[in-house]
Structures are given as structure tokens and as C-alpha cells.
Write a protein that binds this ligand. Structure first.
Ligand code: SAJ
Length: 404
């Protein structure tokens, strides 16, 4: 039996996927409300194919509880925030989950950490917890790091098809864990050591962050001299060895906007390009705010209260607002300039910011300038509704309007 600890964005789909492929699974989370929701047959966030997967896992007998189980395999999938001041990973949730696992885990149990951690975190923060509990890592308890790689918006497909990395102290244990993930994963599964696995995960997200920062910097250069950044990137990408990502209003989510900071925090004198890239991405919401004022001036608009931000989530067609560019813009140093902006997102039903609307119709009636911050399908299907509006399109999805 596998006990999955932490039933959030990664733990839940992983638990459901294992269960629906014949593995006995118990999901544990200390949030009782979340456990109750799952027990009552409901998922806790929206994701393509998740409800169907939940149905299959339920039929296969998956159980949810707030208690840790006595078993031979644990998968820990809890958040790893970063300390905004030091930029270092905050491993407190992982350490505390492992501490609780150790109270139940029998001798020989395998603890698989799925949470993203910076290189060396398992040595620095997890092994000591095992030693403090009077257990010996490598004999009493086997540690493995199996970082997830699935992208919100396409999680179920990617869980099935992505290649995976398993980092283990003991290659035999690595092979056993490979078999476990092989119960559903159709991609290639590479077995390596723990530190390599820790580093690869952070490097993958850093690569994407740096590439997006490059696109954002190009957008700024092109704006300075009125060149079309999208056309330039499109043509450059026709070169066989060039693949530039897209500029946008900033980088959100709990991964790409966070993980690269771990390298800056741990290697401040070495991670120069990464540091600058993260600053470039973090500066984009302010860049958008300046663009709003520039466009208002050009169009003769004077009331910031007649400007609306479309989209609160960190990217299209998800309901996750963590570190979203819209929230960053509203909370920026220049937030006095953002005061009064109207906001709407079809995925966010609760009130989270001032001046928030809950229907597209009402939102559009209240504004003259629409800033597309997120390219949800809803707005893509309703482009004709924007024809009478001034538009600032930060996602390059609208035929008319200003771009960043
Ligand atoms: N973005 C751009 N321009 C682009 C692509 C993305 O501005 O060309 C923005 C998005 O709008 C969003 C942010 O970047 O605000 C991040 O979105 P994303 O779709 O690039 O990535 P995430 O954070 O949803 O998922 C990433 C993925 N990592 C990589 O692609 C290397 C995913 O595979 C990881 O599993 C996930 O992080 C994670 O959990 O670490």
C-alpha cells in the first residue's frame, strides 16, 4: 500500500493515478476540510480529466484520511515555499511531514519526496529528521526523490506520458520505485542519485524562467523602438536551433516564479543570469501598469476606474492564483496607480480583490479599456465583445488593440 502525504495540486492527481492503475492507495492530508470534500466524492480544484480520474480511483477503493498509515511506501507531496528575504527553500513542510511519517513507518520503509527542493535540501533538512527520530537512513528508512514534472492545465495527460526522474541512495530501491511509477507512467523513467534529481527539477524550471525573461526583455526592447516582438520571435523560431518563448505580463504559479530563486539563494555569487532573469520577470506587472497609463493618455482616457484587468489566475484555463501577475500588479510598489482598477476572472468565484466582478457582461459594461492578463478560452471565444473597447493584450490573442 502507498500512503500519499499531501493531497494538493500534485499529491492528489498522483494518488488518483496510482489507485486507478491497481495500486492500493491511502491519501493523507492534515486539512480535515479537504479530506471531507474528497470523501464526499468531490475534487478540490479544476483540472482537465481530474474528475474522471477521481471516479476511477474511487471505484478502485482509494481512501482519504488525516492519519498517517503504517505501510512500506510513502509519497510526500507538500508545498516548498521560499523565504522571500534569503531566497532559500523553506523545507519546513517537508521536514514536518517526514517527522510525522516516521512515527508510523516500519523498518525498511521507503519515503519518496515529490515536492520540489533545492539541491542538497534532502541532506540538509530531511536526513537529520530521520537521525533525530533514532532511525538510520539507508537501512531503517530509504530516501528517494521523485520530482513531479506535470504542467497545470494538462496534468492528467502529462502524468501518464512525461519522462520521470527517480533519485535514490540505493539503486535497488530506485528500481523498486521506478516499478511503482511504471504502473501508470508511459514515459522513460531514469534512476539517478538524490542530489542530481533535486538539481534537474530546479534546472528545468529555471531554464523556462530564463527563456521567458529573454522574451520579456525582447518585448521591452521592441516596445522602445516600436518593433513587433511577436513577429520577430515567430521568424527567429523558424531557425532550426532557436526556440524563444512568449513575452507576457509576468510569471506566476508556484513553480517557475519560485524554484529559480532557490539557486540564487544558495549560489548568490554564481547565479547571475538567473537572478537578473527573475528580476526581469518580476518587473513585468509594473511594465504593464506603465503601459496602461501610456495607453490611457494616448486614448484620452482619464479614469483608472474605467480600466479592467481580465484574468486573476497565473495562466489560462486554471483556477490557481498563486503568484499571479494580476495579483502582483495590484500589490506592486506602484499599487497607488492600480487603485480603482476593475478585475474579473471566470475561474475565481470568491471575492479576493477590490472592484472584482463575477460576470463578463457586467465587467465589460464597467470599463472602457480592457487589459487581457490571462488568455482563458472564455475571452478567446468572446473577442467580438471587445470590438468597441480599447484593448491592451498582454497575451497576443486579440486581433486588434495594443500589445505589451
Ligand atoms: N509564461 C509566459 N510565457 C511563456 C510561457 C509561460 O509568460 O511562453 C508564464 C505563464 O503565463 C505563467 C508562468 O509563465 O504565468 C508559468 O507557466 P508555465 O505554463 O510555463 O509553467 P507552470 O508553472 O504551470 O509549470 C511548470 C512546468 N515546468 C516546465 O515546463 C519546465 C511543469 O512542467 C512543472 O511540473 C511545473 O512548473 C512544476 O510544478 O514545477
Amino acid at each position: 500500500m502507498v500512503n500519499v502525504i499531501g493531497l494538493g495540486y500534485i499529491g492528489l492527481p498522483t494518488a488518483l493515478m496510482l489507485a486507478s492503475h491497481g495500486v492500493e492507495v491511502v491519501g493523507t492530508d492534515y486539512n480535515r476540510k479537504l479530506v471531507e470534500t474528497l470523501r464526499s466524492g468531490h475534487t478540490t480544484f479544476k483540472e482537465e480529466g481530474l474528475d474522471e480520474l477521481f471516479g476511477q480511483a474511487a471505484e478502485s477503493g482509494i481512501r482519504f484520511t488525516d492519519e498517517y498509515q503504517v505501510t512500506d511506501t510513502y509519497i510526500v507531496s507538500v508545498p516548498t515555499p521560499y523565504d522571500k528575504f534569503s531566497k532559500k527553500v523553506d523545507a519546513c513542510y517537508v521536514a514536518s511531514a517526514v517527522k510525522d511519517v516516521l512515527k508510523a513507518a516500519p523498518c525498511g520503509a521507503v519515503i519518496i519526496i515529490e515536492s520540489t527542493v533545492s539541491p542538497g535540501t534532502i541532506d540538509k533538512f530531511v536526513r537529520p529528521v530521520i537521525e533525530e527520530a533514532g532511525r538510520k537512513s539507508g537501512t531503517d528508512i530509504h530516501l528517494v526523490h521523485a520530482p513531479e514534472r506535470i504542467i497545470p492545465g494538462n496534468m492528467v495527460y502529462e502524468l501518464l506520458h512525461n519522462n520521470r526522474t527517480i533519485g535514490a541512495d540505493d539503486p535497488d530501491v530506485g528500481e523498486k520505485v521506478k516499478q511503482l511509477y511504471g504502473s501508470f507512467c508511459q514515459g522513460e523513467i531514469v534512476v539517478t542519485d538524490i542530489r542530481t534529481a533535486e538539481m534537474t527539477k530546479v534546472v528545468e524550471n529555471t531554464y523556462r524562467a530564463v527563456n521567458i525573461a529573454f522574451a520579456n526583455e525582447l518585448a521591452k526592447i521592441c516596445r522602445h523602438d516600436e518593433m513587433d516582438v511577436y513577429e520577430i520571435i515567430r521568424i527567429c523560431n523558424m531557425h532550426p536551433r532557436v526556440n524563444i518563448l512568449q513575452p507576457g505580463p509576468g510569471v506566476g504559479g508556484h513553480c517557475i516564479s519560485v524554484d529559480p530563486w532557490f539557486l540564487v539563494g544558495d549560489y548568490p555569487s554564481l547565479a547571475k543570469v538567473i537572478d537578473e532573469s527573475m528580476k526581469t520577470n518580476d518587473g513585468m506587472p509594473d511594465f504593464v501598469l506603465n503601459r496602461i497609463y501610456e495607453i490611457m493618455k494616448k486614448e484620452g482616457l482619464t479614469d483608472i476606474g474605467r480600466v479592467g484587468l481580465y484574468g486573476l489566475t497565473y495562466k489560462e484555463n486554471v483556477d490557481d492564483m498563486r503568484e499571479s501577475p494580476t495579483l502582483q500588479l495590484l500589490e506592486s510598489q506602484e499599487r497607488h496607480l492600480a487603485a480603482g482598477l476593475k478585475v474579473y476572472d471566470p475561474y475565481i468565484t470568491e471575492d479576493v480583490v477590490p472592484n472584482q466582478y463575477h460576470d463578463l457582461e457586467g465587467f465589460l459594461e464597467a470599463v472602457d479599456l480592457v487589459v487581457i492578463m490571462v488568455g482563458h478560452d472564455e475571452i478567446r471565444k468572446n473577442m467580438d465583445r471587445l470590438e468597441e473597447k480599447v484593448v491592451l493584450d498582454t497575451r497576443n490573442i486579440c486581433r486588434h488593440g495594443y500589445r505589451i
